[in-house]
Design a protein around this ligand. Structure first.
Ligand code: FCB
Length: 469
């Protein structure tokens, strides 16, 4: 275990202004790697879920995805050409531990060695996320996130990853969007493992929180100068229609969406509205185990939610935004002001450096007759959202980096390959990669910031700064 002193020294070194604002992109293993049954990888709950009829659009699977497992060198070259400072990817737990625990799978570990080394050679900082939703099926068979023992299994996995890559990688996230995979996977049955059960949901929430704390400890023990955090969604939950029913629904939804994980992890207690439901699973010492100090807050944000009352186990679900609110092709509302307000609110509440770990949009991208992709919608979205971020920074939010979702078009969970989120177009028939117009736009933004050697805040229009003050 590192001492408090060495910990804060580490924080200073990694977050010193000299290290600059990081511009990056994010992906996750199940969504891009493919090679699902190669070199000893075990099944994950998403492999099994995809095989179940009617779960994923068009019966799509992660068997091949973007074939990143074999094409990682080409993908790193694309990132280098774009000028990215950093890249967040996740490790496939069943690739390195096919049954989730026990003997490690050397070919799986060696793949991430190759990826990390290629990133470092391209001068791109690797950020590893331990869990982006692909639980080893063998662990689900013994209860998965509903089994309290998983905190120990997850800590062992974290230690393995820390020991293996910690000489070259310093940034680690424990979880990506714990609220989504617990709520959708155990509450609504929309994601793997497809369960809709209140007790299952509450057990999963608590055990994920325990696993987070256990993994933080494991990483701090295994990696010198480590910088750790978790990646959470935070999104304002507005009401779909005025009135007490939707208002109560929006408040309930927001507790599960925004607070169920950051609140215990940062403040060592569950939000009052959740405390009673978690109580049966709580043991002495749990809250201290969960609330381990972290070095940063990873934020995923795409849009606000418009929530309506429902008969599901939460009494709340997604509703439609008002007609005047523009939406992306996947139907998500475009409200950059909500992003600015979320960043400011995060800063006020949590007081740790913020990294935007996902922001971006789906768009109906098509190859034109010249073989190019002119994704103007994405450029407009990214410009509006990065402007909103700059406003938040100018108003005092401590934002240290911004990662676009996503580097590549990829497997978008229940939507399969029907939704394209990438800066780079993937022709899934041939696996050809074609950087879209947005990739060139992003590359220009990064180059301009770098050559001007100024902080992003300096680019905020004067009127936006005035509006904030
Ligand atoms: C986020 C997920 C990511 C991707 C984007 C569009 O909720 O973390 O894997 O699906 O949405």
């Amino acid at each position: 275990m590192m001492t408090a002193k060495s910990n804060s020294q580490t924080r200073r070194a990694l977050h010193s202004p000299k290290s600059g604002f990081l511009w990056g992109a994010s992906t996750s293993c199940f969504q891009i790697e493919g090679a699902a049954h190669i070199d000893g990888r075990g099944d994950s709950i998403w492999d099994v879920y995809c095989r179940q009829q009617g779960r994923v659009k068009d019966g799509d699977t992660g068997e091949v995805a973007c074939d990143h497992y074999h094409r990682y060198a080409e993908d790193v070259a694309l990132m280098r050409d774009m000028g990215l400072d950093a890249y967040r990817f996740s490790i496939a737990w069943p690739r390195v531990l096919p049954t989730g625990r026990g003997a490690a799978n050397e070919p799986g570990l060696a793949f991430y060695d190759r990826l990390v080394d290629a990133l470092l050679a391209a001068n791109i900082e690797p950020w590893i996320c331990l869990y982006h939703w692909d639980l080893p099926q063998a662990l689900d068979d013994v209860g998965g996130w509903q089994n309290r023992d998983i905190a120990g299994w997850f800590a062992d996995y974290a230690a393995l990853i820390g020991r293996r890559y910690g000489d070259r990688v310093k940034r680690f996230a424990t979880f990506n969007e714990p609220c989504v995979f617990t709520l959708f996977g155990y509450g609504f049955g929309w994601h793997a493992p497809g369960i809709a059960d209140k007790a299952a949901l509450h057990k999963a929430i608590h055990h994920v929180n325990l696993s987070h704390g256990a993994a933080i400890d494991a990483l701090r023990s295994a990696v010198r100068d480590v910088s750790v955090g978790a990646v959470h969604n935070r999104q304002p939950c507005y009401t779909a229609t005025p009135g007490p029913d939707d208002e109560a629904a929006a408040r309930r939804f927001s507790v599960y969406w925004n607070d169920a994980f950051p609140h215990p992890q940062h403040f060592a207690c569950y939000p009052p509205a959740l405390a009673e439901a978690i109580e049966p699973y709580l043991r002495p010492g749990d809250m201290a185990q969960i609330a381990r100090p972290v070095d940063w807050f990873g934020l995923n944000h795409y849009s606000p939610h418009y929530i309506k009352a429902d008969s599901n186990l939460l009494g709340a679900t997604f509703g439609a935004p008002p007609a005047e609110v523009p939406r992306t092709s996947i139907g998500w509302p475009i409200v950059p002001g909500a992003f600015r307000d979320t960043l400011l609110d995060l800063h006020r509440q949590f007081r740790v450096p913020i990294y935007v770990m996902e922001n971006g949009t789906a768009s109906e991208d098509q190859l034109d007759s010249r073989g190019a992709v002119q994704d103007d919608n994405r450029i407009l979205y990214l410009r509006a959202y990065t402007d909103a971020m700059n406003e938040a920074i100018a108003a005092g939010a401590d934002v240290r980096g911004y990662f676009v979702w996503s580097l590549l078009d990829n497997f978008e969970w229940g939507s399969g390959y029907s939704q394209r989120f990438g800066l780079v177009y993937v022709d899934f028939a041939t696996q050809r990669r074609i950087p879209k117009a947005s990739a060139r736009w992003y590359s220009d933004v990064i180059a301009a910031k770098r050559s001007a050697r100024v902080s992003v805040a300096a680019h905020v229009p004067a009127e936006a700064v005035a509006a904030q003050s």
